[in-house]
Design a protein around this ligand. Structure first.
Ligand code: UD1
Ligand code: CA
Length: 435
């Protein structure tokens, strides 16, 4: 089936009360992106006509999604006051194509490949089912003689029905006619007083329509209702991301302790040790990231970082060594060594420069941030403060313990600011009255 023949409707208007959150459920992040983002991304691979139904916190949901997808999807507002529920959410939609795939907005693990099963079969209704040892929270699917009879929600189910382990995964393919005919016939005569999309199944069956069950896996169709579900789904997506990078040649130690977001990319043979966190639009190329390091939205090329280093957004490292307890922010370092305990912010540091332990760029005066420019082959002694704005030209030495306040240190000089050391004989013994 090609993209032009399929419409997709994503239901994202619910409150998501089981999340116990002030934020709309579909905006909760998994691997750095909102759940709804992942679903729309997979949907765009199989369809050009995507409607997202919104109501609860609709401005926030629309705003965030437009920041990712511009106008690639259409938003439809549900009258959730008068027509609450997944069936109510379908009232105002106007799909362009004959075949309409309906997805819940809380299944972030869905992929284009996993949707393929719905596109290959021709039927009035295809619905997704999985078998779970613990079906808690899902609608139960009554199957008799290999045919789907009805779906009953957990809150409406009898004791016998609760024991059913076939559950409704929450994706359906309908013909446009089925939607047109049955959505207006739904009622809210149930425990939640909601209009259930799932009731279309029993009505259609009563009319003799063919309902094809499609057996799917929880790996791709897991619904997120609670924060526990959110974290379980993130583990699954993390595993996918890390497996794919390991298959591409990245070495990871104890991958279960590593967190890597969706937009991170690797080039060449990289090593990521245990306990690292790599986020945002980060690129790691031919580099070694040592244990416990955090890299946010940065580029690291031919370098080694950590253990326990922190690269904050907009850092650029090339041919550079960063050691433990070094924090870098919005800085570019090429051919540099910063081995221990430093803060380098809003700086540009050039080749052959060594940054001693405890060096701090004082980039902020309480109102504004200023730049530090450090040239080639500079030696910065330990415990130095560079008060920005400041330029350190090539071949400069900064003596240990110096505070550079001059704005500029010219090529080839030594900068030193120290009070003279005085040493008072036998002071210790006098002070503590010992002899
Ligand atoms: C739904 C199914 C259940 C299935 C499960 C799979 C119904 C009645 N039940 O239950 O059979 O096992 O999904 O995950 O459909 N939504 C709206 N408008 C609303 C209410 C919900 O757009 O008024 C959206 C939500 O934002 C959510 C999706 O529909 O993305 C599903 O809603 P949710 O409340 O999570 O349904 P479940 O109880 O999980
Ligand atoms: Ca759900």
């Amino acid at each position: 089936m090609n993209k032009e023949n399929l419409s997709i409707v994503i239901l994202a208007a619910g409150k998501g009360s089981r999340m116990k959150s002030a934020k709309a459920k579909v905006l909760h992040n998994i691997c750095g992106k909102p759940m709804l983002y992942h679903i729309i991304k997979a949907s765009l691979e199989v369809s050009n006509d995507i409607s997202v139904v919104v109501a609860h916190q609709k401005e926030a949901v629309i705003g965030e999604m437009e920041s990712f997808f511009n106008d690639a999807v259409t938003f439809v507002v549900q009258d959730a006051e008068n027509f609450p529920g997944t069936g109510g959410a379908m009232k105002n939609i106007a799909p362009k194509n004959e075949k309409v795939l309906v997805l819940n907005g809380d299944m972030p693990l869905i992929t284009a490949e996993a949707l393929q099963g719905f596109l290959d079969v021709d039927a009035d209704i295809i619905m997704s089912i999985f078998d779970l040892e613990d079906p808690d929270g899902y609608g139960r699917v009554k199957i008799q003689n290999d045919e789907v009879k009805y779906i009953v929600e957990q809150k409406d189910a009898s004791e016998d029905e609760l024991l059913i382990t076939h559950v409704n995964a929450g994706i359906y393919a309908f013909s446009k006619d089925v939607i047109k005919k049955y959505i207006p016939l739904l009622n809210n005569d149930n425990a939640q007083e909601e209009y259930y999309l799932t009731d279309v199944i029993s009505m259609a069956r009563a009319d003799g329509l063919k309902i094809v069950p499609l057996l799917v896996d929880e790996e791709h169709f897991k619904g997120v209702n609670s924060k526990k579900d959110l974290s379980d789904s993130e583990v699954i997506m993390q595993d996918r991301i890390k497996t794919s990078w390991m298959n591409a040649g990245v070495i990871m130690q104890l991958p279960s302790t590593i967190y890597i977001e969706d937009d991170v990319t690797f080039e060449g043979e990289c090593i990521v040790e245990n306990g690292c966190r790599l986020t945002g639009n980060t690129l790691i190329s031919h580099s070694h990231i040592k244990a416990g390091s955090i890299i946010e939205e940065s580029i690291v090329k031919n370098s080694d970082v950590g253990p326990l280093a922190h690269l904050r957004p907009a850092s650029y490292l090339e041919d550079t060594h960063i050691g433990n307890f070094v924090e870098i922010k919005k800085s570019s370092l090429k051919g540099v060594k910063a081995g221990h305990l430093s803060y380098i912010g809003d700086a540009q540091v050039d080749e052959g420069t060594n940054i001693g332990a405890g060096t701090i760029t004082c980039n902020y005066d309480g109102i504004k941030k200023y730049k530090t420019i450090i040239g080639k082959n500079v030696f910065i002694g330990s415990d130095s403060q560079l008060v920005a704005p400041v330029t350190i030209e090539d071949d400069v030495m900064i003596a240990a313990g110096t505070t550079v306040t001059s704005g500029k240190v010219t090529k080839g000089s030594l900068a030193i600011s120290r009070t003279k050391l005085s040493s008072i004989k036998d002071f210790y013994y006098k002070f503590f009255e010992k002899n």
